[in-house]
Each structure stands twice: as C-alpha cells, then as structure tokens.
Design a protein around this ligand. Structure first.
Ligand SMILES: [Zn+2]
Length: 333
C-alpha cells in the first residue's frame, strides 16, 4: 500500500525527515499516519474484492456466450444446446446487424446500438483505430460496481474493451483452452458479467463451407466447451446465474456479411435466473446488451436501440404468452 514511500517521498505516508516534535504533536502525527494507512488499506482491500456491491436484478451473474458464425439450423449438431432449448427462452430467427460480420456485430451485441452509433465499421484488429465509441454492457456493469470479463478467441474483439471497461480480458484461439481459462477465472473471481466468444464454427465455415462436415464438427467441439460452462453454472445452485447464448452472424457458401437470411438470422437462447422458458420472436442482436444489464439490475441507458427481452417492457416479444412453456423445441428434431 505504502510501497510508494521510497519512490515518492512527498506522497504523504511518512515524513521524509523526522522533526523534533512539540509536546503532543508526535502522537497526533502518528495517529494521522495510522488513519491514512488504514484508509488506504481499506481502499485497496475493497478494490481487490470487487464487486463493491451485489447485483439488484433477478440474476447475480450473467454468462454471455457468442458462437461466431452459428446458424440457427446448425443447432441440430449441438446436443447440449439442443437440450438446453427445452428449458430456455429462445428465438431461432433472431436478427443481427448489417454488415453481418464479426467485429461490427459483436460491437452491436455488446453496446446495444447499431454501427452508426458504436463506430466500429471495420472487421480486423487495427489497434490504431481505437475503441468502440458506445459503452459496452461490460463497461456499464463495471461502472455499476460489478465485475466484468471478456474471453475471446479473436484478437480483434479487443476493440470492444477500452481500458478500464473490463476487469479481465483473455484471448485463446481454441475452444477447450478458452473454456479452461474462463472456468478458472469463474472459479476464482466469480464475475457478474462473463462474455465468452468461440471462433471455430466461423473458421471452418470459411475454410470448408457453412454446414459442411467440418463446420458441423466445429459445432460439436464448441458445444462441448459450452457444455462444460453450463455444467459449472448449474452446479452453483447457491448463486443466481443466467446464460445467454447467441451468435454474431450466420453464413452461406464460404462467406457472410450480406443481408440474406443465411447471414442475418442467428439463434438467441436464454436460460436461468429471471428467464421464463418459451419461444420468443423479434429478438435483435442489439437486445443482448440490454437484456444482460436488466438481468443484473443495471439500468439500461435510454440511448440503447436494443431493449431487454425480459421484463415489463418486453412482454410483446413473447410468442408463448398464455401458453405452456415449450417442452420440445423444433430445432432439436
Ligand atoms: Zn467470419
């Protein structure tokens, strides 16, 4: 705490040269020093044990998973995700933004606004171009005193994490290593908002074609990694977790980015605390940030184009109002 004493003699922790005290002054000085030291200790302890306050929403923790390039009709290759649908609220025809490319769409997913507002108009890692211009859900959660972390498999997502906007950022290319790192962090830090982004599905789409056998195998690999995260969250029955699983875009042939349905339509699945299972409709990728914040009880800024999928303002979105929760999802067949 006061390691700065030696490098910064005027820091105030200790007088640089002791003077002969007047009667009573010595005690007062050292009491002041003790008070300051205790204050600094309290501050540093609070910082180390962030979050400083607990979430006020239905969920204490939100795990947001993005499967890069996952088309809704590829869920049939993902047994864990297919199984989860039966307990989830979901829209298998949710829409992403145009252009339907990774960095632009993730910026919209995490900020709740379109490219015209978040300013990310490129799709590669170009450090000189700086950061997203709109606050991300991670930054807003952190501002609210919660702990937020981003685990990604593409370095370009660093454009979405301006300094001070996340408590932690890690990049791992492969799904198993990414899941390992996210799980280790989850164990140790118990973040309130944990974003995990997997690249394999998109990568194999570009190399071998969307829905090709290699693409299907990548869905299996990512599904297994997601399954490990889901198992961990489910095992934490004393913590209220919500999980959102979605994608940045789909794909066709060996590419994506257009306005056609194969590129624009994405799965959007939510499970856990604060979520009523059933089918949804009209969900947009920009709703993701607002929903994550609302689940955590963090106020959703009025500038956001996206709105929370759950809660009073979202009732019109539910396709299953007044009906029994969907027990057997169509996509699992
Ligand atoms: Zn791609």
């Amino acid at each position: 705490m006061c390691r700065a004493w030696h490098s910064e003699p005027h820091h105030g922790c200790r007088p640089s040269r002791p003077r002969r005290p007047r009667p009573g002054q010595g005690l007062a000085t050292w009491l002041a020093v003790l008070t300051l030291a205790l204050t600094l200790l309290a501050d540093s302890t609070a910082a180390a044990n962030a979050p400083m306050r607990s979430p006020q929403g239905p969920a204490q923790h939100v795990l947001l998973i993005s499967v890069d390039g996952l088309r809704p009709d590829a869920l049939k290759y993902a047994p864990r995700l297919s199984q989860l649908l039966g307990e989830s609220a979901y829209d298998l025809a949710a829409k992403t933004v145009v252009p339907s490319v990774t960095l632009v769409a993730h910026a919209s997913m995490l900020t709740g606004v379109g490219p015209d507002r978040h300013g990310i108009t490129w799709n590669s890692y170009q450090p000189r171009r700086g950061y997203v211009r709109a606050p991300t859900a991670l930054a807003l959660a952190r501002q609210a005193g919660l702990k937020a972390a981003l685990f990604t498999s593409k370095e370009k997502l660093k454009h979405l994490a301006p300094p001070g906007s996340v408590d932690h950022l890690e990049v791992h290319l492969r799904a198993p290593a990414l899941a390992d790192a996210a799980l280790a962090y989850l164990h140790q830090e118990r973040p309130n908002l944990l974003v995990v982004h997997f690249q394999e599905v998109d990568g194999n789409g570009h190399l071998h074609g969307w829905l090709s056998p290699e693409y299907q195998q990548a869905v299996v690999v990512v599904d297994q990694a997601i399954g490990r995260l889901l198992d961990e969250v489910r095992s934490r029955s004393d913590e209220r977790w919500a999980v959102i699983i979605t994608a940045d875009h789909g794909g066709h042939g060996r590419t994506h980015g257009t306005t056609q349905a194969e590129d624009i339509l994405i799965p959007w699945i939510a499970w856990g605390a604060g979520i009523r299972p059933g089918r949804l409709q009209g969900v947009r990728v920009t709703d993701t940030a607002a929903t994550a914040l609302a689940l955590l009880g963090v106020p959703v800024p009025s500038h956001m184009a996206g709105r929370p999928v759950f809660g009073p303002t979202a009732a019109a979105r539910s396709a299953s109002d007044g009906q029994a929760p969907v027990s057997r999802p169509a996509a699992a067949r």
